[in-house]
Write a protein that binds this ligand. Structure first.
Ligand code: FAD
Ligand code: NAG
Ligand code: NAG
Ligand code: NAG
Ligand code: NAG
Ligand code: NAG
Ligand code: NAG
Ligand code: NAG
Ligand code: NAG
Length: 771
């Protein structure tokens, strides 16, 4: 589900493929900084700290530098490794000088100026013909109330880069548009402390290093590994999200040797995860078990669960997106697997596969263990809004084909008051089988291909095989379930995809040498045909609403009765995530096509823009999305650092999609006057709905529901995998995840993805020539 502004994030930390800072000597100042040079934009970031205190509190300052090519119109560092609630240090060139600004953001909107830090520009801050450079001392900068710099340990720094100038370059408080790119790097602050004498010299404007420069991290020399002989597997599945978990479980059911590889770590308590708020200390529940902690995925100070190299939200831990998402779960209507939706006719009899999924993981629309629906107010208010428009109420998953003028309670994959999902079901049964092996914290760099045959996978873990290579058995198969961003990158590594992407991969020092020769490249539309629901938020107030403090305190200071109730009986507000109602309506477009609008109603709001006063305790949101029938498409690829990126945004590239969603929003808003006390506050009454929709930033329409990048179909001319989910032109390479779905499902996609995996894995098992 979409709850937060998508591309505007600087989300996370975490154990993922990413750059790690090392010490470099700045050529202008001679200061040995700990930092990185981003390989795409060629911006260097560096930091050096004074010595740690031998007694008492540590110094609260550091010296840092940003050196950017002139194309960087504004560049910033987020000290806590995330955009929200962290000190942001931003700078840009203005003529011959560099303007800087300290900011903080409470929402994914324009960060506001933040007083407190004392910034002194140091020598060599400058603008020349090709670059600009900001070297500065930052005092009172290691603690900003809502976070702090772990000066004696390790952390993550986030960077942001924009190719668009700020509105008023001379003004430090100028507005600026959302960054055009961002990324993260891991940093060991413990290794970034200079001697006091050197630090004092630099802080006073001196240059050059003397003795006692920071202990530079010795380059990680590969320690000679004992020769390991790798175990070959019948099936290797890459990625433990919803697609990979269903696939690996069903494959392991056959008794074959199955290996499941996941780049991230454990999540729920049962899988060894231990990350929990203080109020759950001593309880067997992590943040990923408690559904009601969902909203804190975006505001927590330690967001290690996001994929650090992907600049939209994607979960990189056991369970993938299903561990960090809203938990909305829809049994697919027949249209989700119809020929009209782009599936081959061999997929149309989908009901048995949906049935298999329901048997393993039934949905619930009352996930609290006592059966009570808590925080019901937004449902009741929205009902009064929709009833005058001819909507009727039903139990949504009892009648999946009814998707016009209907609403019902939100439905989830939670069980026993816990998140559960595919991790607590499919993974659990797979894990118990002797021929199933799971390895986490294992990153698959490359898929190794010789002609039409996949030989195995190249990982970053040399304990798993010589040089990290893990082979498949003679008839063995590899299945990619890395998600809509992860799987395209893996295909590129195998020399499969558009030539422009393969050329980038070939240039990479790790992946390039393992790629098949150019003569064996397979040109398939990997990364094309991408769709995501365009979504637009409407924010309202109503006196009946309990906005639940906009979920701001759920980690650190929950309502005591609700916390106690969850602990004692897995009941109450924390037994569900935030959504309360979903609704659908069908619309005919001017091109004769039918498109469906979905709505999700929840207390709280990601952001409010209003020129009138409003009561924040009474806010709720209706997110409107366009689903089945949308025609807009985009493209996913990689940048030169092989980081997955959105190359072409998929929202509203067809103006008819926009016209239909605008109509849907107008219809909802038309009944506001029928509900006494109901006020639309975003957009407010100074903004028309059409100007709101027209000015809605496309990046903010991201619903995180990406599909289509490795479309399943009958022809290699427009599809990547065939009706058996096998990659065209290969003998034994398959993709099973969101990326093979050819067009937008009716609802939030996880149910459709898992049901897709049920059918795909059945076809893979049945396909001759396997292990
Ligand atoms: C914030 C957010 C909220 C959402 N809310 C909902 C919702 O309420 N309902 C709903 O239906 N959908 C929701 N979604 C979408 C849903 O979570 C995704 O569509 C779904 O998780 C995709 O499943 P997948 O198996 O294709 O890939 P993913 O879930 O992305 O899983 C891919 C896995 O592969 C691993 N991986 C990738 N590359 C490699 C590699 N090279 N080596 C090793 N491992 C690798 C990743 O770490 C990850 O665990 C939400 C998504 C987000 C981000
Ligand atoms: C492999 O990569 C994963 C994910 O980035 C990381 O957590 C792990 O530590 C790496 N393993 C090795 C042996 O470097
Ligand atoms: C340090 O910054 C904080 C805000 O982060 C501010 O409240 C405080 O007054 C500042 N202290 C000094 C000494 O400037
Ligand atoms: C501008 O400054 C940068 C950073 O110090 C330096 O690398 C570059 O050579 C300079 N360019 C010119 C034209 O002097
Ligand atoms: C596990 O694999 C071995 C060898 O392939 C096989 O003999 C055995 O029957 C399998 N075990 C199960 C439980 O299927
Ligand atoms: C809703 O409000 C409109 C305009 O105020 C009114 O014409 C209409 O009759 C109302 N509908 C219902 C069902 O109350
Ligand atoms: C690659 O395939 C060719 C032709 O089938 C074969 O001769 C060669 O041995 C294979 N190489 C490897 C490393 O398997
Ligand atoms: C704001 O809403 C809350 C909850 O409904 C209410 O208790 C409070 O009095 C309201 N505040 C104002 C100023 O109206
Ligand atoms: C807009 O709404 C505010 C209260 O939210 C109200 O005070 C104002 O009169 C309204 N303006 C118009 C033009 O309706």
């Amino acid at each position: 589900m979409r709850l937060r502004v998508g591309l505007s994030i600087l989300a996370c930390a975490g154990s993922a493929l990413a750059q790690v800072a090392s010490t470099f000597i700045d050529p202008d100042t001679g200061i040995p900084f700990m930092g990185i040079t981003d390989p795409v934009h060629r911006v260097s970031y560096g930091i050096v700290l004074p010595p740690l205190a031998t007694s008492g509190s540590n110094p609260t300052e550091f010296i840092a530098s940003i050196t950017s090519p002139i194309a960087g119109q504004w560049v910033g560092l987020a000290l806590g490794g995330a955009m929200l609630q962290n000190l942001l240090l931003v700078a840009w060139p203005n003529g011959n000088s560099v303007v800087h600004s300290t900011r903080i953001a409470a929402t994914y909107d324009q960060p506001t100026p933040y007083a407190g830090p004392v910034i002194t520009d140091l020598q060599h801050t400058m603008v020349n013909a090709t670059h600009w450079k900001w070297v500065f001392r930052c005092q009172n900068c290691t603690n900003w109330g809502t976070g702090s710099l772990p000066v004696s340990g390790g952390g993550v720094l986030a960077w942001a880069y924009s190719s668009a100038p700020v509105t008023t370059p001379s003004n430090p408080n100028s507005d600026f548009l959302e960054h055009t790119d961002f990324g993260f790097f891991g940093i060991s602050y413990a290794d970034a402390h200079a001697s006091q004498a050197d630090y004092d010299n630099w802080a006073a404007g001196g240059t050059g290093g003397g003795s006692g420069t920071p202990t530079s991290q010795p380059p990680t020399t590969p320690t000679s590994q004992p020769t390991v002989s790798a175990t070959p597997y019948d099936y290797i599945v890459v990625g433990a999200g919803p697609g990979g978990l269903v696939t690996a479980d069903r494959l392991s059911e056959t008794g074959k040797k199955v290996l499941l590889l996941e780049r991230g770590g454990p999540s729920t308590w049962e899988t060894g995860g231990r990350y929990q708020p203080d109020w759950l200390a001593g309880q067997p529940y992590t943040k990923f078990d408690v559904p009601g902690l969902f909203e804190s995925m975006f505001s927590d100070g330690n967001q290690f669960w996001w994929c650090r190299d992907i600049n939209v939200f994607a979960g990189c831990l056991l369970g993938g997106g299903s561990t960090i998402n809203g938990g909305l779960y829809w049994y697919p209507p027949d249209s989700d697997f119809s020929v009209a939706s782009g599936w081959p006719s061999s997929w149309a009899n989908h009901a048995p596969y949906t049935q298999k999924m329901k048997t393993r993981l039934p949905s619930t629309d009352h996930s609290s263990m006592d059966g009570i629906r808590y925080l019901p107010q937004s449902f009741n208010v929205a009902k009064r809004l929709l009833d005058p428009q001819g909507y009727r109420q039903l139990t949504i998953n009892d009648e999946p084909n009814q998707k016009d003028h209907v609403y019902g309670y939100s439905s989830f994959f939670f069980q026993g008051g816990k998140r559960t999902g595919p991790t607590g079901t499919y993974f659990k049964t797979a894990k118990a089988r002797p021929n199933f092996t799971y390895r986490d914290y294992t990153f698959v760099n490359s898929i190794i291909r010789n002609g039409t045959k996949i030989l195995g996978v190249q990982t970053n873990d040399t304990s798993l095989g010589p040089d990290g290579f893990i082979p498949v058995t003679p008839n063995g198969r590899v299945i990619l379930s890395g998600g809509s961003f992860g799987s395209p990158r893996l295909l590129f590594s195998a020399g499969i995809g558009p030539t422009d992407m393969l050329t980038i991969a070939q240039g990479d020092s790790v992946v390039g040498p393992k790629m098949p020769p150019q003569a064996q490249w397979i040109n398939l539309p990997v990364g094309e045909n991408v769709q995501d629901n365009p979504s637009i938020n409407l924010v309202f107030t109503h006196p009946d609403i309990d906005a639940y403090e906009n979920w701001a305190d759920i980690m650190s200071d929950p309502r005591p009765a609700d916390a106690a109730q969850y602990i004692s009986s897995q009941s109450g507000v924390f037994a569900s995530s935030s959504p309360r109602m979903n609704f659908w309506r069908a619309y005919g477009g001017s091109d004769g096509k039918t498109r469906w609008m979905q709505g999700t109603v929840r207390p709280g709001a990601a952001s409010v823009t209003s020129s009138n006063p409003y009561n924040a305790s009474q806010i709720f949101t209706i997110t409107t999305y366009l689903s089945t029938g949308i025609t807009s498409k985009g493209r996913i690829g990689i940048d030169v650092a092989l980081r997955p990126r959105v190359l072409v945004e998929p929202w509203f590239t067809d103006p008819i999609d926009k016209a239909v969603l605008l109509q849907g929003i107008n219809d909802i808003v038309a009944s506001v006057g029928n509900v006494s006390g109901l006020t639309l506050i975003t957009p407010d009454n100074t903004t028309t709905i059409s100007s709101y929709v027209n000015n809605y930033g496309t990046g903010n329409m991201n619903s995180n529901h990406w599909i289509g990048a490795n479309r399943l179909g009958s022809s290699a001319s427009n599809s990547v995998v065939d009706p058996n989910a096998k990659v065209f032109g290969t003998d034994n390479l398959f993709v099973v995840d969101a990326s093979i779905i050819p067009s937008m499902p009716m609802g939030n996609p996880q149910g459709a993805i898992m049901a897709t995996a049920e059918q795909a894995v059945a076809k893979i098992i049945a396909l001759a020539g396997g292990p």
